[in-house]
Design a protein around this ligand. Structure first.
Ligand code: ATP
Length: 291
């Protein structure tokens, strides 16, 4: 991988994290190249969220440790200290959480436009006056994920799957080069899960966005992610092609934890899907004025 160091957009070296006396990450090293779609697999408590949160500096590694994280060629943190310009890096990275993706009381459109705030003057965000080009971009992003008809609804009225699709729209409006998705399908039904994973795969394939997505369902890793990094108890126990994760290999890696990673008996195989969009919807709402 060192031959392609310019392509490495996520570079984690020797990441150590304790919460109190308990180790959560124990020397995790990981590199992801531009344009990859990688599953971060692991049972509950294996450290997936903790790792993802370090990538944008939401968690700091153990002070004084050898931990070092670079994203998009810029230092995020080293030895438990955040880089002073971490905000600039964050503006190029979108984070999609399992829940709490959106501001409930605001319209979906406003939530999606939040992706544009990093490149606009503060007053525009405060007054809700967005340039026409940004409104158009937000609407196109909602069309892309197939929920433009929900643009003017309060976010709280959307289903979980629709909320995740809105979060993907926001990432598109942001122009994110990297998407970090933390269990984005953990609380969704299988059909919504398929739709959300399909959209992440589409964004990765069509726009070249690098995607690191944590999952605890191995079948979704098989269906959508060519590469899997598997965590167990805060350590990387596998990093390679998802297709090479045979049932025996998974059993060797996870033992009794494997039940948590397998689909329920009889569950449908989550094959990739395409999105449907509704033609003929237009940008037209008095609540947000183009200016
Ligand atoms: N803020 C925190 N304070 C204390 N301990 C924490 C904190 N966040 C995570 N932990 C602990 O760190 C370990 C890793 O947790 P983490 O949430 O990263 O796992 P995970 O793989 O994302 O699990 P899940 O799939 O359940 O979200 C767990 O033992 C957890 O209890």
């Amino acid at each position: 991988m060192s031959d392609h160091s310019a392509d490495v957009v996520i570079d984690v070296q020797q990441l150590h994290k304790h919460f109190g006396a308990s180790p959560a990450l124990n020397g995790v090293s990981l590199q992801v190249r531009r344009g990859e779609m990688v599953a971060l697999l692991g049972a509950s408590g294996s450290g997936k969220s903790t790792l993802l949160r370090h990538l944008t500096g939401l968690h700091k590694a153990d002070a004084g440790s050898a931990s070092r994280i670079n994203v998009l060629g810029r230092r995020v943190q080293q030895g438990g200290r955040l880089a002073p310009d971490v905000r600039a890096t964050r503006s190029r990275v979108a984070v999609i959480f399992q829940q709490f993706n959106l501001v409930d009381r605001l319209p979906v459109m406003t939530n999606v436009l939040a992706g544009a705030l990093h490149r606009l003057p503060l007053w525009r965000g405060l007054l809700g006056r967005f340039p026409q080009a940004e409104l158009q971009r937000a609407f196109s992003a909602l069309q892309r994920v197939g929920i433009e008809r929900c643009a003017w609804q309060r976010a709280s009225t959307l289903s979980g799957g629709q909320q995740q699709r809105a979060a993907i729209s926001r990432a598109l409006v942001q122009g994110a080069e990297v998407v970090l998705a933390d269990e984005p399908i953990a609380s969704l039904d299988p059909e919504s899960s398929r739709r959300v994973m399909g959209l992440l795969a589409e964004v990765n394939r069509d726009l070249g966005v690098t995607v690191l997505v944590s999952l605890h369902q191995v079948d979704f890793a098989f269906a959508y992610c060519p590469r899997t990094v598997a965590l167990r108890a805060g350590e990387v126990v596998y990093d390679g092609p998802t297709a090479a994760l045979t049932p025996q290999r998974l059993r060797d890696l996870y033992g009794t934890q494997l039940d948590e990673l397998l689909p329920a008996p009889g569950a449908a195989v989550p094959l990739p899907d395409t999105t449907d969009t509704l033609p003929g919807f237009h940008l037209n709402h008095p609540g947000l004025k183009a200016a």
